[in-house]
Write a protein that binds this ligand. Structure first.
Ligand SMILES: [Zn+2]
Length: 693
């Protein structure tokens, strides 16, 4: 599954997101990359895929430096008086902060929307200005909130203060010049990634074959050797080679090549860690990792254990998948390249970070299943669906559950079809411009099964945004940061053959029998199950870096220790002494937290199972669709309209009846696959040893 490349400007908005708005998402608005992350604007949610597969085509557009902020902060004005914090003062501060945030959200969202829909120098300038102002506001509000650290406030006010203190995931200390220094380091790190290119042999036939034969209409990759500097390739091209090549030698070259962009980041990264740790301590947190983990309504250290508990639940399924895939790759590549008792080489799994393995599915596809599969793309074409009809069908999914129709403005203002005459950011995203009714999506929809799913997913974000529109601005976001993407994905899980029949896309007699579903579950598991340990490792590493458990000298070693421990993968060869491999994954230099993706992958199945149980569905969970069920819709709405106003267990309970996150629903969904994998793996030596110290 190829994902659209991020345009240069997407990258600049991402930077903004990382520093400001998306962080604010945590606080009040929202946040989404490929896994409920708010990537772009005040209230936009981008599909998770882009987050995890951020790829860049060209260098960021250079824009002139916008002027410094001129906006007045009501909340900051308010605090200018005396230093004695009182509950009354806290109340007034929060009221003023809410006004600041509301005004800034709408302004920043509009700037981001215009930029994403009309990519020009000027809209990039406007967006940079808005994002700078946004970040400044967050810093002001966080510093304002901490003045009330020592007084006892009513629980709701305490909760709102918490969202302000977590407003930025990368807080600067108050010392003169720190904020500017931090911003410049973060911009530099982001730029090193965005501009990352590395040299390849442009005469290499294996590379030419992959990069020079673009499919019709696919202009994402450019011609080899044409882009400056000549003889180098960018991440988008490297990604394509990683996905398509089956030549271990070439894969290793490209994999190692991309990792030459990150060693220059290591020193700055270390400096940045020092600055944000100081900023986090000033706000009252032990370190920045503790600040991040404070957003889960439990003590920071308990959340560390909670993440490991969830992983422990799903690990047996992952281990079976790992064992099966290693065996199949071994049959293709032999013992030399894929020894059966070692971790799998990270460059052989079809993805630059070995985070999702779907691209090598053809190499592991099970034999002997003759069941006809459902080709949604063909059905859409056969039934003459156009882009709008796809979105109308998605809307109907929600109205069938009792939700209101989308507002007229949605249809007037959304971007659904790629315009012919201008540059836009094509990556699918969902937006909430005014924190009320002005919800929109932006996607260059193609008539494919993949985009049919994406439509349902993006509308899920919009429905969530609209559901919590009456909450105070502090709470206009997911119950915890895993919820938003999980909701979009949960809806997409309901796109079953039975659903396609109900909406008239398919004939009833064409429904395949569930026994033949192993290939479909395996294909899904190659992405969704393989992703679990990766999504855990990214922040495990950062938490340990922030706490000092991993020292700067151990950055790379620590990274690989975690990668091997959780994922069972290893580098194709010894890494150079100066390697900084974490920096070759966007979210590290892009400074975007990642735990939300892990949680979203757990929660989407938990939501799906709860909904299916409620509807009285009997049968395999992967065949359940909650289309048309108004009772499910009602309880779904009850959870969503809480936003983040209550601790997330309350929201989870409102929908599922459970107060803890639970990986067993994921296991139930993939149960037929797990049984099948265990049969395949019988007699095989599964697992791996950690490399010797
Ligand atoms: Zn999404």
């Amino acid at each position: 599954m190829t994902r659209p490349l991020r345009s240069a400007l997407t990258r600049s908005t991402l930077k903004w997101t990382a520093m400001g708005v998306s962080a604010f998402a945590l606080l009040a608005v929202a946040g989404c990359e490929q896994t409920t992350r708010q990537t772009e604007a005040g209230s936009s949610y981008e599909d998770q895929a882009s987050q995890t597969e951020a790829t860049v085509k060209a260098e960021p557009v250079e824009t002139a430096e916008p002027p410094a902020s001129t906006t007045q902060s009501r909340a900051a004005e308010m605090l200018r008086g005396g230093d004695d914090a009182t509950p009354q003062q806290a109340k007034e501060f929060l009221e003023a902060a809410a006004k600041d945030i509301e005004a800034m959200n709408e302004y920043a969202s509009r700037a981001a929307w215009v930029n994403a829909n009309f990519i020009t120098e000027d809209t990039a300038w406007l967006l940079t200005k808005a994002s700078t102002e946004y970040a400044e506001m967050q810093t002001r509000l966080a510093n304002g909130a901490k003045k009330f650290n020592d007084i006892k406030l009513p629980a709701d006010m305490e909760r709102k203060m918490g969202t302000l203190k977590r407003g930025s995931n990368f807080p600067a200390p108050e010392t003169e010049g720190s904020a500017a220094r931090l911003a410049s380091i973060m911009t530099k790190l982001d730029g090193l990634y965005g501009k990352g290119r590395f040299a390849v042999d442009v005469e290499d036939k294996r590379i030419i074959e992959i990069l020079d034969t673009n499919e019709e209409g696919d202009d994402d990759f450019g011609k080899l050797g044409e882009e400056a500097p000549k003889g180098t390739i960018h991440l988008g091209q490297a990604t394509k080679i990683m996905a398509e090549s089956r030549d271990p030698e070439l894969l290793q070259t490209i994999w190692e090549g991309w990792r030459t962009i990150s060693p220059p980041m290591a020193k700055d990264y270390d400096t940045m860690v020092g600055i944000v740790n100081e900023g986090s301590e000033e706000l009252g947190f032990k370190d920045t990792g503790a600040l991040w983990r404070s957003g889960y309504d439990m003590p920071a250290d308990d959340f560390t254990k909670e993440a490991d508990r969830l992983w422990g639940q799903v690990k047996p399924l992952y281990n079976q998948l790992h064992c099966y895939v290693r065996f199949e790759l071994n049959s293709e590549y032999g013992d030399e390249v894929v020894p059966l008792d070692k971790p799998i080489r990270a460059d052989l799994l079809g993805n630059m970070w070995a985070q999702q393995w779907g691209n090598v599915y053809p190499m592991v596809e099970p034999k002997g299943f003759n069941a006809k599969s459902v080709d949604i793309t063909a059905l859409l074409i056969e039934n003459e669906y156009d882009q709008e009809k796809m979105v109308r069908t998605g809307e109907e999914f929600f109205t069938s559950m009792g939700f209101e129709e989308l507002p007229d403005t949605f249809w007037k203002r959304s971007l659904i079809t790629k315009p012919a005459d201008r540059d836009v950011q094509c990556h699918a995203s969902a937006w909430d411009i005014d924190d009320k009714e002005d919800i929109r999506i932006k996607m260059c929809t193609t008539i494919t099964g993949e985009d049919f799913q994406t439509v349902h997913h993006e509308l899920g974000h919009n429905i969530y945004q609209r559901a919590y529109q009456d909450q105070p601005v502090f709470y206009k976001t997911g119950a915890n940061d895993g919820f938003h993407e999980a909701i979009g994905d949960m809806i997409a899980l309901s796109i079953t053959p039975e659903y396609l029949v109900k909406i008239g896309l398919m004939d009833e007699e064409d429904i395949p029998s569930a026994e033949g579903d192993i290939p479909i579950l395996l294909r899904q598991g190659m992405d969704k199950v393989a992703f679990l340990p990766f999504s855990l490792v990214v922040d495990q590493w950062r938490w340990q870096v922030f706490s000092g458990e991993i020292s700067p000298e151990q950055y790379n070693e620590g990274w690989w220790e975690l990668r091997t421990k959780y994922q069972g993968i290893e580098a194709p060869a010894d890494r150079p002494a100066d390697a900084f491999d974490p920096g070759a994954k966007y979210h590290i230099p892009g400074n975007t937290p990642y735990m939300r993706y892990f949680l979203a992958h757990i929660l989407q199945f938990q939501f799906h199972k709860a909904a299916c149980d409620m509807s009285g569905f009997e049968g395999p969970l992967h065949r359940c669709s909650v289309y048309g069920n108004k009772d499910v819709g009602e309880r779904f709405d009850a959870m969503m309209k809480m936003g983040a106003s209550k601790p997330w267990p309350d929201a989870l309970e409102a929908f599922t009846g459970q107060r803890t996150m639970d990986g067993t629903a994921l296991l139930e969904y993939f149960a037929p696959l797990q049984v099948w994998l265990e049969e395949q793996n019988e007699g095989r030596e599964c697992g791996w040893d950690m490399p010797e110290e």
